[in-house]
Design a protein around this ligand. Structure first.
Ligand code: ZN
Length: 472
């Protein structure tokens, strides 16, 4: 399992929206991992159910009071759900909160407990490895507060042979990982001075960021900080947005022109039809391609280039990603296109992080854009979707052929909401939003694409699609 640990682990994400009470947003200097059991033996109390609980409710009532809780990963015998970025503090272990990542192991009726424990051990080992920590940095919840947790790994109310056995499992996994670069995380962990708040971080985040223009304000950065989730492509997408904007911003729009410039996508030359003019969906496709290029450069791993053949990637005829991103062939959004190709998922508007994609309708037509952040009525970027949100900032290409139009950031206002007339261009009356997020390449699912291609072929052949055996 050590050769393909992320695949074995099967990590999925439902990150608690920023701004919710159980997501304080404080940086965690990871000094260990704390293991819990969910204490919930109910049927269906699996990892997904717990992830949903912390992302949507997030508290339990005790003596008439709300007690907000959160942790990083929930593990069952099939999969892992991540609820917090691993470098943000959660509320699960008293004094252990400010030092450790929390892992909850499920114990619902019918679970294969051995499989769940093994998966949790592999996850813990991967995290310890990535943070350059040893097995001595593995803790029980009991160690921090005296609570009888993880109940299945304690002997009575104390740590004993069961815990030792689990710890040995982690130690073995950890030894297997020696020499590997990052196993779970996408970026090298950062250790910040204590008392370092997110407010401070937004000032120094320029270390990692190209800031092309003053338009990206400090509050944009606050919102942007939620992108560092391990399993999505958002941070590379935003990097690509910044690059495309820096090179080709405000250079004019043309409905029939694609791509700002000629560029190489691995061995394939992507040719611009009328540079630097571009229209909205082709600008989103360009961002997707450039994000993949950045990912391959950053990880020094070219595998992502060969996930799709040239014939599946490029061209506007038949079943290509480009065709679907263009919203042809009944594909109604960039998010849907990514989902069909196993490269992303459709998400709700309330769940977006910077670097997500939105296709929407407005009174004069439709538009495809990259999401930058939620906006309140004063056009300030706010963390997370809530009552105060009246729209969003996006990046795309629109306007006319004159310079000043073309690729840029704009503010979108939802139907029925109002934004103060600010200094910036607005698009109003936005409705029917279709949203999606792109997975980072290690999570792309070729099986899903195979199924899509299979059913498309059946449709072309005039046969109703039925799944091949074993497919979803
Ligand atoms: Zn616990």
């Amino acid at each position: 399992m050590a050769s393909t640990p992320t695949k074995f682990l099967n990590i999925r994400q439902m990150i608690i929206p920023p701004g919710r009470k159980n997501r304080p947003g404080k940086h965690l200097n990871v000094a260990g991992v704390t293991i819990h059991n969910t204490d919930n033996a109910s049927k269906g109390a699996d990892a997904h159910a717990h992830a949903k609980f912390v992302a949507t409710t997030g508290y339990y009532m005790l003596n008439g009071q709300q007690h907000w809780i959160s942790w990083h990963y929930t593990v069952d015998d099939q999969e892992i759900w991540q609820s917090l970025p691993s470098d943000e503090i959660g509320w699960h272990a008293g004094p252990g909160n400010s030092k450790t990542i929390g892992i909850e192991i499920c114990m619902n009726v019918g679970i294969d407990q051995t499989a769940a424990n093994e998966r949790a051990a592999a996850l813990a080992a991967g995290l310890l490895h990535d943070y350059n920590l040893g097995v001595d940095s593995l803790y029980t919840h009991h160690k921090w507060t005296g609570k009888r947790c993880p109940v299945l790994l304690l002997n009575g109310s104390e740590e004993g042979s069961k815990w030792l056995e689990f710890k040995n499992l982690v130690e073995e996994e950890l030894a297997d990982l020696a020499g590997r670069e990052l196993v779970i995380l996408r970026k090298k962990p950062r250790y910040l001075p204590q008392e370092y708040s997110r407010e401070d971080e937004t000032i120094e985040i320029g270390d990692d960021w190209e800031i092309p223009e003053i338009f990206l304000t400090k509050s944009d950065m606050v919102s942007s900080a939620v992108m560092y989730d391990d399993l999505y492509m958002n941070s590379d997408v935003i990097d690509a947005v910044h690059e495309v904007y820096a090179d080709f911003g405000h250079r004019g729009y043309n409905l029939h022109s694609n791509f700002t410039n000629n560029f190489n996508f691995d061995k394939h030359l992507v040719k611009a039809s009328n540079p630097p003019y571009t229209m909205c969906v082709s600008s989103q496709f360009e961002i997707i391609l450039k994000a993949i290029i950045m990912y391959c450069d950053r990880t020094r791993d070219p595998k992502a280039y060969s996930y799709l053949s040239d014939r599946e990637m490029f061209g506007l005829n038949g079943m290509t990603l480009q065709n679907c991103v263009w919203e042809n062939e009944g594909c109604h959004s960039v998010g849907k296109a990514l989902s069909l190709f196993g490269m992303g998922e459709i998400v709700d508007f309330s769940q977006l992080s910077p670097g997500s994609f939105i296709s929407y309708d407005h009174p004069h037509g439709g538009h495809s854009v990259c999401f930058i952040g939620y906006l309140d009525a004063k056009a300030n970027i706010v963390q997370g979707y809530g009552k105060d949100v009246v729209g969003f900032r996006f990046f795309s290409s629109n306007g006319s052929g004159s310079s000043g139009d073309g690729l840029s950031y704009r503010n979108g206002v939802l139907t029925g909401r109002q934004m103060d007339q600010g200094a910036f261009k607005q698009a109003t009356g936005i409705h029917n939003m279709r949203c999606g997020m792109m997975y980072s390449p290690e999570n792309w699912k070729r099986e899903k694409l195979e199924y899509y291609l299979f059913s498309q072929q059946r449709i072309f052949a005039g046969v109703a699609p039925t799944p091949p055996s074993g497919q979803p």
